[in-house]
Design a binder for this molecule. Sequence first.
Ligand code: NIG
Ligand code: FE
Length: 414
Amino acid sequence: MATLIKNIKSLVNIREEHLLLRGNALSQLHNINDAYVLVEDGIIAAYGEMKKLPHEIKNMPDHIIDASGQFILPTWCDSHTHLVFAGSRENEFIDKIKGLTYAEIAEKGGGILNSARKLNDTSEDQLFIDAWKRLEELSRLGTGAVEIKSGYGLTIASELKMLRVIKKLKEKSAIKIKSTFLGAHTFPTIFKENHQGYINEIINEMLPVIAQEKLADYIDVFCESGFFSAEEMEQICNAGLQYGLKPKLHINQLNSIGGIQSAIKMNALSVDHLETMTDQDIQDLSRSTTIGTLLPTAAFFLRMPYQPARKLIDANCAIAIASDFNPGSTPSGNMNFVVSLSCIQMKMLPEEAINAATTNGAFAMEVEKELGSISIGKKANFIFTKPIPSLAYLPYSFGTNLIDKVMINGQFLN
Ligand code: NIG
Ligand code: FE
């Protein structure tokens, strides 16, 4: 089936070369004004200027869509979420308003352990129903690919339960999904004084089943003071690597404890969070192939300093931006707000933020051959904006939903 979308005010982020964007290249966004795009069987077949629309295309399509006044962008690639979770944690939100810190809440048995208790009491079917609803909401907000982590299970049974929910989401959703095993999110209470005991459980009990049932694409560890040390992270990731799971890691959210250097040594696909970066961390990251994924809505929600996006870009690091959607530090998966906040608080240019949320986001979840830009042969996953005066208007008018409709694999979401 062929669909012609014509009279597009501007077709955004056109690329025929699939390169991870660093430094100055992050601000290069190629757009075509007054454009058309042809979709065949859910795949981008052709695009160009309206005035050069070939006759054979004009007469060929089964459907014609008029996009007058609208911008069309590739859908967001949200490369870091925890969108399978049970319940919510607004009580901790109130504790934070009253002045408790993230670490103090964790010490009180709140935080990740609170979500783990809730998840333990929730059935696989219910988790799926709740996660499906969130996924549907996100897709209507323009997310067309998403990475989802486990990490609120923390027992063999519950980690597997989470990963099986993610697997089912993968099978049923038109959205591209990647799955990450985050058994090393925190130490369960019974292993508080016996770190190696839990690490052994991850390595010897969880990983073999996960590999056998093909439940994960990546492995993640929360490398942080009070959580997993860089050495513990390496031990877990090296075990994951034996099963082909590349590291994609939580690093430097609160402290810099050597995680960046360990991650680079292990060729991690990405290091995520990065609120706290030393000059050495930035320099090391810039010389590596590892992507730095910034999660500004987590910093926003926790009232923490934002990630040093400008310093990272100027140092030639490859950066992506993602939502970190989770019940504790980011109860929102709205990538439009992530893009806005990246511009407002991290001083990224609109072009940089859009590239970081599409092209580089696709690289950070290894879907760059099928998603992340308008390119021949990629999936027709498009955001149609409402009529707006310019592309910069999108991040500028934060909090306003400027999405008219979303197309996934050539089909409009209803
Ligand atoms: O990425 N920092 C670690 N994990 C999550 C938050 C976990 C939680 O509080 O539930 C994050 O921010
Ligand atoms: Fe996270």
